[in-house]
Design a protein around this ligand. Sequence first.
Ligand code: PLP
Length: 396
Amino acid sequence: MSTNEMITEAEQHLLHTYNRYPVVFDRAEGVRLYDADGKEYLDAFSGIGVMAFGYGHPKYTAALKDQVDRLTHISNYYYHTQLAETARKFTEASGMDRVFFTNSGGEAVEGALKTARKYAWLKDGRTDHEIIAMEHSFHGRTFGALSVTGKKAYRDPFEPLLAPVHFAEFNDIDSVRSYVNEKTCAIILEPVQGEGGVYPAKPEFLQELRALCDERDILLIFDEVQCGMGRTGYMFAWQGYGVKPDVLTSAKALGCGVPVGAFAMTQKVADASLAAGDHGSTLGGNPLVCAAMNAVFDIFEEDKILENVREMTPYMERKLDELKAKHACITDRRGRGFFQALECSGPVAEVIDRAREAGVILINAGANVLRIIPPLIFTKAEIDEMCAVLDRALEG
Ligand SMILES: *Cc1c(COP(=O)(O)O)cnc(C)c1O
């Protein structure tokens, strides 16, 4: 089948919820993607922040192949030989004490919200608890996650959603305070907002949220589905800020290509929230995905992934700042680590198209924002290559 035939056939059968780019990918290696016609691309978006160490890492593929032959699934009614290691590695990396494995980021958020509701309910028995989320946040497409997502257009067709949810201004503690009352059970936010346009939290905002939550015994939930797993140069973004949440969510790069997620919490929250029978998942944390997660954590350490992000970030920021200085259409450069953005005065769709035609895959974060989220193994040469193509794509 030709590329056009594959696209036409896919569109005949798929539910049309995505406007896909007209490329059919076939294989990948390292930071290079290849389409069905054999054209090579540099990956500067990591499959939306998933492929932290690129494609085809020998240790990762070997771990998956081995586990496929051994045992792929057993259910959460039993332990399996990968499980203890994954749970330990996740809790050690995240600084949390207890973890639950899900199949996606959205599901991880669902679990975090259920944790907050149960924690508050055990405390005061109320059934009218409120949640505070942020404007421009993104937490996923399932009903609970959608309810705390700060984009009204995503929510409106599906009302009534989980309620009451208040949307505060990100980085504005007074806005958050104005919604706090005796019914507030949780404040949920991304330490670096992703889909909403790549907005890092101000350190003092997170510190003030922490103090507010401590004072009122409100659970502070950090959604680290996108900003976690090394993206900011720390295993989890909270570690770079020094502000620890009560509940944390993870997904995307946690599996580096297999469908996984997790929500985790401190012992204090675990002791007074979800108990046996309160939550479950058929596939969550099965042997196959745990083998993948175990390999992911090993590779982060052995390949010094965080070190590379920290070492390369100043260089990437400088190169992006040079682009900003050169192109009047770029109005802002912001981000943390390998979670960067160039904001433009107009839509970036055509820039992304031109970059793709020139062999670099990029992604946006809202209409006017180029999101720069390459694999965490990018070298100076690859940053140069990405920026050179971006430079030409911005020319028009
Ligand atoms: C991608 C994302 C989600 C949703 O994850 P899925 O795996 O697509 O359900 C949730 N929160 C944040 C911050 C995300 O970036």
